[in-house]
Design a protein. Structure first.
Length: 446
């Protein structure tokens, strides 16, 4: 039986880990070049929640009922609740291993708050409200950690113009995380998996300073090396961490999705107004106003949207929504019309966009929970969806929720380093995110 250590780097793209930084990193490049190297195909939508849950359960977002970080219940216009661990009804890797009396150590995998019992140890993820919450299993682990490492840091504020502060807080958080990991790795375990959310945060905060193809990139800028330096920090910490794992441990480096330059934000609700799907009671004369129930003319509204890395569109369906006007027999026709209209959206200069709009039933074998009526990707994810109102144009150069110069991409990384070379080295092609669970279980059990 092999032990497995999974190094989760949230949003790490193949271009950075497999190409651009391969000569600048030590142990991460060694593990990558000496392992079986895959391009990981993420899920729909390719975002942190649901992607990590998909990976560790092998189930689609539709089966899990997880369509993003936040969800709405029928009848609500704005945010209703945040995804959490209790929504996941399928067993994860560590649940399956625990039933066979194998021990796991789980750190920072979204969404693991609130913590559920595990045969081993668990520290919850970035959705944890604060360190005042019970965030570990067993509960007394929290006090062991805090007595050694201080108040646990779950995340940083990264949508900010205070770039030096972001750097300071990112480094502080990540170093603390690895001190905790080095403490836990010396305990008894068969499966050890952690996710470092800082990789995602540094990319969102500093992508335009690093990526020479980003339209905002300026050569020689002050923050040009922040992303490479953060990866070097991870590299140094991983090198120290794996000194304490058995020599025959299989080490997997994996991300949940990739990242790329954000070209801008498209005002999806303003477009719905222009296209006649959404009606307001009055004009909005202030920039960045959230769509609110009291603003909407429900008697004339057919659909509205939420923004984000992808857009979620909701139909004002009679019998489901409190002020629904769309008859159930007209629902499919309206959805198809919306899909056609979305396909025709063009860029600010009339350039062609690759827009994709899907119903959950088109993407998943089962779609449970509080799902949107349409999942929409603008220009193949290159443009973020802005849900706010009051803008002079539908094309914003910035994220309407704060500074953010990267969007998510479809492809992540997955490298399997096996000291016993049961996996041949080199590039192996694509691996679906849902396959990772079975690969890990197969390694441990054989």
């Amino acid at each position: 039986m092999s032990k497995v250590l999974v190094i989760g780097l949230d949003a790490a793209p193949p271009k950075l880990l497999y190409q651009d930084l391969v000569d600048e990193l030590d142990i991460l490049s060694t593990l990558t070049l000496d392992g079986a190297r895959y391009i990981l195909k993420s899920c729909h939508p390719p975002i942190t929640i649901p992607a990590w849950a998909v990976m560790v359960t092998g189930k689609s977002p539709g089966e899990l009922g997880l369509y993003g970080f936040r969800h709405r219940r029928p009848g609500d216009v704005n945010e209703s609740y945040i995804a959490h661990s209790k929504l996941i009804k399928y067993p994860s890797i560590w649940d399956i291993l625990g039933s066979d009396n194998k021990r796991s150590i789980i750190v920072g995998i979204p969404p693991t708050y609130p913590p559920k019992p595990v045969n081993g140890y668990l520290i919850s993820c970035f959705i944890t409200p604060s360190s005042k919450s019970n965030y570990t299993w067993p509960i007394n682990l929290k006090y062991q950690l805090e007595s050694r490492f201080g108040e646990y840091i779950f995340d940083v504020v990264y949508r900010s113009e205070e770039k030096d502060k972001i750097i300071s807080e990112l480094w502080k958080m990540t170093k603390q995380h690895f001190r905790v990991l080095k403490y836990l790795v010396n305990k008894k375990w068969d499966f050890f998996m952690f996710v470092e959310i800082g990789v995602d945060r540094v990319q969102h905060a500093f992508w335009k300073f690093f990526d020479k193809e980003h339209w905002k990139y300026e050569p020689g800028n002050k923050y040009e090396d922040v992303i490479p330096n953060y990866y070097k920090l991870i590299d140094d910490e991983v090198k120290q961490l794996i000194k304490n794992v058995p020599k025959d441990t299989v080490i997997i480096i994996v991300s949940d999705h990739g990242a790329k330059a954000m070209k801008g934000a498209f005002c999806i609700n303003q477009w719905l107004i222009d296209a006649g799907y959404l009606k307001l009671k009055r004009n909005v004369d202030k920039k960045g106003v959230d769509l609110a129930e009291e603003l909407m003319d429900w008697k004339k509204t057919i659909a509205w949207a939420w923004g984000g890395y992808y857009a979620r569109i909701f139909i004002n369906l009679k019998g489901r929504e409190p002020h629904g006007i769309v008859n159930p027999e007209d629902y499919n026709d309206i959805v198809e019309q919306l899909k056609e209209d979305i396909s025709k959206i063009r860029g600010p200069n009339g350039e062609y966009w690759k827009n994709y709009a899907y119903t959950p039933d088109e993407l998943y074998p089962v779609a449970v929970g509080d799902k949107p009526d349409l999942i929409v990707y603008l220009d193949n994810l290159s443009w973020r969806a802005a849900g706010t109102l009051g803008w002079e144009t539908n094309y914003l150069p910035e994220n309407d929720r704060g500074p953010d110069d990267a969007v998510h991409d479809w492809n992540g990384v997955c490298t399997i380093y096996d000291p016993e070379e049961r996996f041949t080295k080199g590039y192996k092609g694509l691996i679906d995110i849902k396959q990772v669970k079975d690969v890990i279980l197969d390694i441990i059990e054989h």
